[in-house]
Write a protein that binds this ligand. Structure first.
Ligand code: PEP
Ligand code: MN
Length: 375
């Protein structure tokens, strides 16, 4: 399931006691917890109609961007404070809660003044500790759920730092949103998910609710469903999904928004998983499979050990003949054949290429140690 190996910077365990479960946020929650709504509030009619349709589909927390961080100028930057009365009206009419992005203390003040129920800090803000601190200061003494999106670059410490700053301001209804990470290369995704980073966050802060944003990860409608399912398979607590009454006409992020009807279809097709079950039969089967996995891992390690002994042997042989450790033709051969072998065995070739980079690096290191030694 996890297709690639990355190196996580080691960051220490965070001690943030009494982070509250979503069930205690004063919001109606189902499994999974779903926030849905337009990328941006555009007009009064659009906010009211979207809310009406989403509420009818059983969505109780509506998102709407009021101030939009845009990559380039001259794009629609959100209607700003003018949208607040529309949100307030939609809340009153349909009995829903609203979630809005805040990027500075003024946004916090406007949201609080208008009774917005949930705030989130966007990826472009999480990346900047000054901004996060200013927002955190504005939240001191306030009891409101705050969700913190991952920073645009894959830096777990930066994400945890933002969470810590908001926690230190006294916020206990805290959650993290995984919205994927930006990359220079064009990939399938707008912001590629890095599940390992979110899992690492969960291991450091097990009680922190984790929410997936498949809309900003995928950037395309078709990717919402598989990304959302992946997150539920990994035990995420909730989803934040962009939904618009006329997605193609949306003023921002048109290609990743879905109608409330389509959203309901996506949600009903999702399979929720249980963390674990107390069933004896299940537990004993699990133990049996885990023992088999342990056995397979021992075999892998024995094979690696055998490979390393052969590498040493070749190292001494190269040394005796005064030949360099790195031979490019051999390197090319390894990196073209191993992914092919993997494919034949139904293993993801990209994963094996990544793995061989590590194995080959270690092999070269071993050989250069031998070449440089006095033996
Ligand atoms: C958004 O949720 O509309 C948004 C701007 O997201 P992000 O901060 O993830 O880019
Ligand atoms: Mn958006």
């Amino acid at each position: 399931m996890l297709e690639f190996v990355i190196h996580l910077k080691k960051s220490k365990m965070l001690e943030l006691p009494d982070i509250q479960s979503i069930k205690n946020w004063g919001i109606e929650v189902k499994n999974p917890f779903v926030i849905a709504g337009p990328c941006s509030a555009e007009t009064r009619e659009q906010v009211l109609e979207t809310t009406a349709q989403l509420a009818q589909k059983g969505i109780h927390t509506i998102r709407a961007g009021v101030w939009k961080p845009r990559t380039r100028p001259n794009n629609f930057e959100g209607v700003g404070e003018k949208a607040m009365p529309w949100l307030v009206e939609a809340k009153e009419r349909y009995g829903v809660k609203f979630a809005v992005e805040v990027a500075n203390p003024k946004h916090v003040e406007v949201c609080l003044k208008n009774g917005i129920d949930v705030l989130w800090i966007g990826a472009r803000s999480t990346v900047n500790p000054f901004t996060v601190q200013e927002i955190a200061d504005a939240l001191t003494g306030v009891d409101i759920p705050v969700l913190i999106k991952n920073p645009i670059n894959p830096d777990l410490a930066l994400w945890m730092g933002a969470i810590e700053r908001v926690y230190n301001a006294g916020i206990r209804k805290l959650g993290a949103i995984h919205r994927g990470f930006s990359s220079f290369q064009n990939t399938t995704y707008r912001n590629a998910p890095m599940w390992q980073i979110a899992i690492e966050l969960k291991t450091k802060l097990p009680q922190l609710p984790l929410i997936c944003d498949p809309s900003h990860m995928g950037g395309k409608r078709e990717l919402i469903q598989p990304l959302a399912q992946m997150s539920l398979d990994l035990n995420y607590d909730g989803l934040i999904i962009e939904s618009h009454i006329t997605p193609d006409l949306a003023w921002s992020d048109a290609s990743q928004q879905v109608t409330p009807d389509r959203l309901a279809e996506i949600l009903s097709a999702l399979k929720t998983r249980q963390i674990t079950v107390d069933n004896v039969e299940y537990q004993s089967q699990l133990e049996i499979i885990r023992e088999q996995i342990d056995e397979a891992d021992r075999e892998i390690l024995e094979a690696i050990s055998r490979r390393m002994r052969l590498v040493e042997k070749i190292g001494y042989y190269k040394k005796a003949n005064n030949v360099a450790a790195l031979q490019m033709d051999r390197w090319h051969e390894i990196f073209s054949s191993r992914p092919e072998w993997a494919r034949a065995l139904q293993i993801n070739p990209n994963f094996i290429e990544e793995l061989y980079r590590l194995i080959h690096d270690e092999s070269i290191k071993k050989q250069t140690d031998i070449l440089d030694s006095d033996i």
